[in-house]
Design a protein around this ligand. Structure first.
Ligand SMILES: Cc1cc2nc3c(=O)[nH]c(=O)nc-3n(C[C@H](O)[C@H](O)[C@H](O)COP(=O)(O)O)c2cc1C
Length: 340
């Protein structure tokens, strides 16, 4: 493997002031200060997920701790916007705290961030909006975000209702938007980074691949389950509620799928299975069957529990190898052309 890391300079590295064009998306329950600081110190960008903390005050303390751990290097916060205004009240409070604590970057996701953009922009915060369709990416661009992450259907969590693959999403979005486009969904190696850049994107985003980082507080037994999982160990459920969710194909996901197959439309029948408390408990105990666990197909690339910096360093070295391979292929063609 190549020892010297390549310096991929893109509009994304310029926008976030990062060394590598890699974003690590928000992780509900898991993306706390220890993990995000590790990602930032490794030269990528991470986003603290406020609901990972028990209270807004703990979230504020987490932001302060993150700033200490990065020695003042800027980091991000994830804001998952709901379609229901009442559900966004807490979000508004999280945004106030992030602004007061001097957070420089926000990753929005879910519903349109337009209602929050004036406040975010007034605070001088850079915004990357994560979405699952080119149409939504274009409307986020019009609304004034700085960059967009487009997700393929391979993604863990919410891959969108249309289930378009990352190869199509990345090429189409990069062609259609003027602002930087980041590609997510199924990304887990340096080959993906080079592929995303080749598609015209400015970088890649990972979620699932990073869950096995040592700095993620989840039980080691859960991480081990991810390491053992292959790309066909995930399942998309909750389409009944127009809320596709890619999860580990465990007992819970199969029970949800069985209800959907029966045609059950009453959410109360699903609630005991899908409630977030179960997921949190699974992370605490390491039992991978008791909750709906966000896992993408890129779990197949998670191969060891190691520090986030080691994972990112490996990916950057792989990207150098992938780039070198492309250079060799071009050189080969050149030589054949001369011989012919
Ligand atoms: C465990 C887990 C929790 C997640 N929680 C959130 C979240 O709270 N907010 C969000 O915007 N995205 C969330 N996501 C999505 C990721 O930020 C990212 O978009 C996605 O994982 C990318 O696809 P990948 O899993 O194939 O890398 C989560 C993903 C995982 C795996």
């Amino acid at each position: 493997m190549t020892m010297t890391a390549p310096a991929f300079r893109t509009r994304l590295t310029a926008l976030f002031g990062i060394e590598h064009p890699i974003l690590c998306g928000g992780l509900m329950w898991l993306a706390t200060h220890d993990y995000v600081a590790a990602v930032v110190n490794a030269g990528a960008m991470g986003f603290i997920t406020p609901r990972s903390y028990a209270s807004p005050e703990e979230f504020r303390a987490g932001l302060r701790r993150c700033a200490e751990l990065t020695a003042g290097k800027p980091f991000g916060v994830n804001l998952y916007v709901s379609a229901r205004p009442e559900a966004n009240e807490a979000l508004s409070g999280f945004l106030d705290i992030a602004i007061a604590e001097g957070v420089r970057f926000v990753e929005t996701a879910g519903y349109s961030p337009a209602a929050f953009l004036p406040r975010i922009r007034d605070a001088g915060i850079t915004v990357v909006h994560k979405c699952t369709s080119v149409r939504h990416a274009l409307s986020a661009e019009r609304a004034g975000v700085d960059a967009v992450t487009i997700l393929g259907m391979e993604a863990g969590g919410h891959p969108g209702m249309r289930l378009t693959g990352a190869m199509v999403q990345g090429a189409e979005a990069a062609g259609a938007l003027s602002i930087p486009v980041v590609l997510g969904g199924g990304m887990g190696t340096g080959r993906h980074l080079v592929a995303a850049l080749a598609l015209g994107c400015e970088g890649m985003l990972m979620g699932t691949r990073m869950v096995v980082s040592s700095e993620i507080w989840a039980h080691a037994a859960y991480k081990q389950r991810l390491i053992e999982a292959g790309h066909d160990d995930t399942r998309v459920v909750m389409g009944t509620f127009r809320d596709n969710y890619r999860a580990l194909d465990n007992d819970t996901a199969r029970a949800v799928a069985a209800l959907e197959a029966e045609g059950v439309k009453d959410f109360e029948r699903y609630r005991p299975l899908v409630q977030g408390a179960n997921t949190r408990r699974a992370y605490e105990t390491g039992d991978p069957d008791v909750g709906l666990m966000s896992v993408g197909q890129s779990c197949t690339f998670a191969d060891a529990i190691e520090p986030a910096a080691a994972i990112i360093a490996r990916i950057v070295a792989e990207a150098a190898d992938a780039q070198a391979r492309l250079d060799r292929l071009r050189a080969g063609r050149h030589i054949r052309a001369e011989q012919g």
